[in-house]
Design a protein around this ligand. Structure first.
Ligand SMILES: [Zn+2]
Length: 314
């Protein structure tokens, strides 16, 4: 295990913070795709994004370790390494090849697991969380139970609600490729004010009502547009996973483990307390000011204007 002195830990934390903040002081204020999105601006944006994810994992792990009487430095470094792996997963899910979502989601989940383990003071790979739809597979190579499964209650409830909507259709192919449930939502632009939505790891993509007719073929431009929206939503799925393992999982451990009934429930169920957290954050921060939206736009190389309306306007 890496042990750093307090001064070295603080210096490292300050360096990562500066790296995360650096592009914000220059011309490229936002990492949302824009005039400074190419060349040096793009590279600076990537550096900012990896630093932000590393900082999130590092600070969370370090502070939780300190709260449990441990040392900040080692947990910060390991948590930051996990955060950097989450970034690698986010870079992967925005690719357009089949299965990019599934692959990137697992990479990012290993990263968040490393940060979780750093916060818990256990070995980096002692417990891995691998999400499969509404279920999480927990793999503990050295534990008494090597593999066990829990269902995320928030994801299950969302899945039920979305699946029962009359204007939704389950998209099996997109689901397998994304590694998360994907539904086609048939509506006109006037009926809903969104093109894609992600709630608790469940994705909906708006399609024009005429596409519901079997045999209908949409143009290449429309297919490309829907792919862009889907790539953006895949980043949000990973953000949901990240918020679960960094914040919700430790909180749920603390709430459920002390009581017998809590432990019995937690054996099979994750509550998904990060869902109300996301609802509150989305309520409190305007769309364009949200750092998580900026990240999703930046990584998927899109902008609110580009994925704000289909090329065929239907
Ligand atoms: Zn978004």
């Amino acid at each position: 295990m890496i042990q750093l002195s307090r001064r070295a830990s603080l210096r490292l934390a300050a360096s990562v913070s500066l790296l995360a903040a650096a592009p914000a002081r220059g011309q490229c204020v936002a990492t949302v795709a824009g005039p400074c999105d190419e060349g040096g601006g793009r590279a600076a944006g990537q550096a900012q994004t990896v630093a932000a994810n590393a900082l999130l994992g590092g600070l969370t792990a370090g502070m939780m370790r300190v709260a449990h009487g441990g040392r900040f430095g080692g947990a910060f470094v390991r948590g930051a390494a996990g955060g950097a792996l989450v970034y690698a997963g986010k870079r992967t899910v925005v690719h357009r090849f089949y299965g990019a979502g599934l692959l990137g989601r697992q990479i990012a989940s290993v990263g968040s697991s490393v940060s979780y383990n750093a916060a818990a003071g256990t070995g980096a790979l002692d417990r891995l969380m691998l999400p499969v739809g509404p279920v999480r597979v927990y793999v503990s190579p050295r534990g008494r139970r090597t593999v066990h499964v829990r269902v995320d209650a928030a994801t299950l409830a969302t899945l039920g609600y979305v699946a029962l909507r009359r204007d939704n259709a389950f998209d099996l192919s997109a689901t397998l490729s994304t590694g998360a449930p994907v539904f086609r939502h048939y509506a006109t632009p006037g009926q809903v004010d969104w093109e894609g939505a992600q709630v608790a790891g469940v994705v909906q993509l708006r399609h024009a009502p005429y596409e519901r007719t079997p045999g209908v073929v949409v143009s290449a431009a429309v297919r490309e547009y829907v792919d862009d929206v889907a790539a953006h939503e895949r980043v949000h799925v990973l953000q949901y996973d990240q918020s679960f393992l960094l914040w919700s999982a430790p909180a749920e451990d603390g709430i459920l483990q002390p009581s017998r009934a809590g432990r019995a429930l937690h054996r099979w169920v994750d509550l998904g307390l990060n869902l109300p957290l996301w609802a509150a954050l989305n309520e409190a921060v305007g769309h364009r000011e949200r750092p998580w939206e900026r990240e999703a736009y930046f990584l998927s190389r899109s902008s609110p204007e580009q994925i704000g309306g289909r090329p065929d306007r239907r």
